[in-house]
Design a protein around this ligand. Structure first.
Ligand code: ZN
Ligand code: FE
Length: 261
């Protein structure tokens, strides 16, 4: 099996679009539909014919282009069962534990509520890549518009079970702001300091900081690090007691601080 081809391109202000292409079967999927013109342009540039949309969640910068793209291409729309009513044009309803195929490539679905009620992510284990929408960002995570800290922390813990070398495609270029916040609560994390410097260099020449890897996120993303003593202290949980029961509270405080950063 040849590796899946992935084409990433900017959309709107700070979104990324992603095309997945399987050469053998000639199938092509877009993850979400942030911007119709940019997606159609990317397809024609690559010479690919769109066959699928994989939606992560219902927000306009993710599903807003569904109907126009479906009308233009006749593609099938795969999306979260839990939010089917809010995914325009949805054909296939998927949920936690489902596995389907793009050609020979298995695609696994995980429910990751928190940012929205019905958010899902798509994981391609054989290709060691994942498309996480607005659940996980480089050094960040999605805002909790429709979910609780408990839900989001449990969603993120599911992603943390993937191999560290999993390549993660996040839907937004929020990395530089996220790094600044992360440094404010974990300034002595050397991996974070080093990464923030590289991010500044990349952004100064307008290079994307996406994709990332799970291993890099585990060592630098504060939202995956409520077990960090330094973070716990800096968010006001200074009892130094990091039993499992406290991690949700640390996570909730990190999220709340970031909301007003
Ligand atoms: Zn969103
Ligand atoms: Fe978004």
């Amino acid at each position: 099996m040849m590796p899946i081809e992935i084409h990433m391109f900017p959309c709107l202000n700070d979104n990324y679009g992603f095309l997945l292409h399987d050469k053998e079967s000639d199938l092509t999927a877009t993850v979400d539909t942030p911007e119709v013109e940019a997606i159609m342009e990317a397809l024609s540039q690559k010479g690919w014919t769109l066959t699928h949309i994989f939606n992560t969640h219902h927000h306009a910068d993710h599903a807003g282009g569904n109907l126009a793209i479906k009308a233009a291409t006749g593609c099938r729309i795969v999306g979260p069962k839990a939010d089917a009513a809010r995914i325009p044009g949805i054909d296939e309803l998927v949920e936690e534990g489902d596995e389907f195929f793009l050609g020979d490539h298995p695609v696994r679905v995980l429910d990751t509520p928190g940012h929205t009620r019905g958010h899902v992510v798509y994981y391609l284990p054989e290709d060691e890549v994942a498309f996480v929408g607005d659940t996980l960002f480089a050094m960040g995570c999605g805002r909790l518009f429709e979910g609780t800290p408990e839900q989001m922390w449990s969603s993120l813990q599911k992603l943390m079970k993937w191999p560290d070398n999993t390549v993660i495609y996040c839907a937004h270029e929020y990395t530089q702001d996220n790094a600044r916040f992360a440094l404010s609560i974990e300034p002595n994390n050397k991996a974070l300091v080093d990464r923030a410097r590289l991010v500044d260099i990349a952004r100064a020449i307008n290079e994307p900081t996406i994709p990332t890897t799970l291993g890099l996120e585990k060592s630098t993303n504060p939202f995956l690090r409520p077990t960090s003593q330094e973070i716990a202290i800096n968010v006001g949980m200074n009892d130094g007691n990091n039993k499992d029961t406290d991690l949700v509270e640390v996570f909730a405080r990190i999220r709340a601080l970031k909301d007003s950063f």
